[in-house]
Design a protein around this ligand. Structure first.
Ligand code: CO
Length: 466
């Protein structure tokens, strides 16, 4: 029987989804050697919001965190999520920076780099892929990731074409990333069968969330349809806005006759370890009951939960909740005008806000946000379907064309990393420090200054590290 492998997400996506990525290293350090024995395909532990959160809230060096995890988990593939040319944020970086970031990630311990672009504009993931191939070793896996969404243009045929392109580009695996948790079992079946039939033997991974309550059904259906790897979280950090539970799927799939390579006793010990940690953050209020429940609204309105709550907050601010239904009806129109972008950050907020503005102004696009204007200028990449020509003319002027190269090509100096090094001076002690600063300058300066002060303090009072 086929082997289905698991990626454990407790350290990254579950942490990010349930508790805003505030899990400090010291809370999970003791269990890492045990997790190393579980038999996971990989442990997702870095990238996404972990990097920002380490510097901003936890006073941790994200690179140091990665090196420590590596030390304590020598046998498991460590995985990160990378937003292509945007690295860990929403800004486009130059190729030299993207390449250096990938080089340092691998050097500090990352094995699997899952690379995506919000618009599935694969020009934005090419540099990161090439760097992964250039600096990778025999353990390195470049995973091409597709942002999953539903729209009239997002057909099985289109996804199959995307997979074909990713395989052709040289990715080792392909991941379908359903960040809103809106992929239904029927959609998963059609999609995965379609991909497996057409694109053949490249390993296929499904990443989804329990947000709408469909994840378990969708994952089981995906396995039956031929998926190879699934993303799950240790059970006490599962469900709600997080992933489906590792032990539950292990149990179900084992009974169905699948091999998983997982050690059940280790899985249980991992979960036992995290239980009191979860309770601690429930007690402190960092984990809210809302994030642990099921919210089927996203299925009814066809928009992700986060986008909906953002819209509601906006409308409440403006004392206009009575226009909520109208704003919801406007979303598909805005989305069509923008060429059906996947509803992920920051596009989900852009579409939601524009729908609200369109309704409240009483005239469509009388006011257009700067983000939407930049989108029409081509700065986010190519939209999945053509945008509204009328709106494009209005924004960039008739006859003008959006930028047809990646935005950073027109601005690049090729010296962004070197410039950053010069700007930081002796505050930075390593290439990793410089890279942190490029990604999150304010937080990094604060962090580096605090580190220097702490060291001076230690020298002054001769504190010896225990
Ligand atoms: Co996710």
């Amino acid at each position: 029987m086929k082997k289905i492998q698991f990626t454990e997400t407790v350290l990254r996506d579950a942490n990010q989804s349930l508790m805003a990525t505030r899990l400090p290293y010291k809370d999970f350090a003791p269990i890492l050697p045990e997790m190393d024995k579980a038999g996971y395909y990989s442990v997702e532990c870095w990238g996404g919001a972990t990097f920002d959160s380490c510097l901003r809230y936890l006073n941790e060096d994200p690179w140091e965190r990665l090196r420590r995890i590596r030390e304590r988990m020598p046998n498991t593939r460590l995985q990160m999520l990378l937003r292509g040319q945007n690295l860990l944020g929403y800004k486009h970086y130059h190729d030299d920076v993207v390449e250096k970031f990938v080089e340092l990630s691998i050097k500090n311990g990352i094995d699997v780099i899952r690379i995506f672009d919000a618009l599935n504009d694969f020009r934005n993931i090419k540099t990161a892929l090439e760097a992964t191939k250039k600096y990778g070793n025999e353990r390195t896996v470049a995973s091409g990731c597709i942002s999953y969404t539903q729209s009239p243009v997002h057909t099985v045929k289109k996804y199959v074409e995307m997979c074909r392109e990713l395989k052709q580009m040289g990715f080792d695996t392909i991941c379908l990333k359903d960040m809103a948790g809106t992929m239904s079992p029927a959609e998963a079946e059609g999609l995965i069968k379609g991909i497996k039939d057409e694109v053949g033997d490249i390993p296929l991974i499904l990443h989804t969330h329990c947000t709408t309550g469909m994840a378990y059904m969708t994952l089981i259906t995906a396995v039956l349809a031929g998926v190879d790897v699934i993303d799950t979280a240790t059970s006490c950090f599962s469900n709600g806005t997080s992933q489906a539970a590792t032990e539950t799927l292990y149990y179900a799939l084992t009974q169905m006759g699948y091999k998983t390579g997982l050690d059940e006793n280790v899985l249980n010990r991992v979960n036992d370890y995290f239980k009191p940690i979860k309770q601690k953050y429930i007690d402190s209020g960092l984990i809210s009951p809302k994030s642990m429940g099921t919210d089927s609204q996203a299925l009814v309105y066809k928009v992700p939960g986060g986008m909906l709550s953002n819209m509601i907050a906006n409308l409440k601010d403006m004392n206009a909740m009575d226009r909520f239904d109208e704003a919801l009806l406007e979303i598909p129109n805005v989305r069509r005008d923008l060429g059906y972008p996947p509803l992920v950050t920051p596009l989900s907020q852009m579409v939601g806000n524009q729908a609200v503005v369109n309704v409240l102004m009483g005239e469509r696009y009388r006011q257009i946000s700067n983000e939407v204007k930049n989108y029409f200028r081509g700065e986010y990449g190519i939209s999945p379907a053509p945008v509204s020509q009328e709106l494009q003319d209005k924004i960039i002027g008739p006859g003008n064309k959006p930028v047809d190269c990646r935005i950073e090509d027109s601005r690049r100096t090729g010296r962004e990393f070197e410039d950053a090094k010069a700007a930081l001076g002796e505050l930075a002690r390593s290439e990793e420090d410089i890279m942190s600063w490029i990604c999150f300058p304010d937080q990094t300066v604060k962090f580096l200054k605090a580190r220097r002060e702490e060291e001076e303090h230690r020298v002054k009072y001769s504190i010896v590290e225990e």
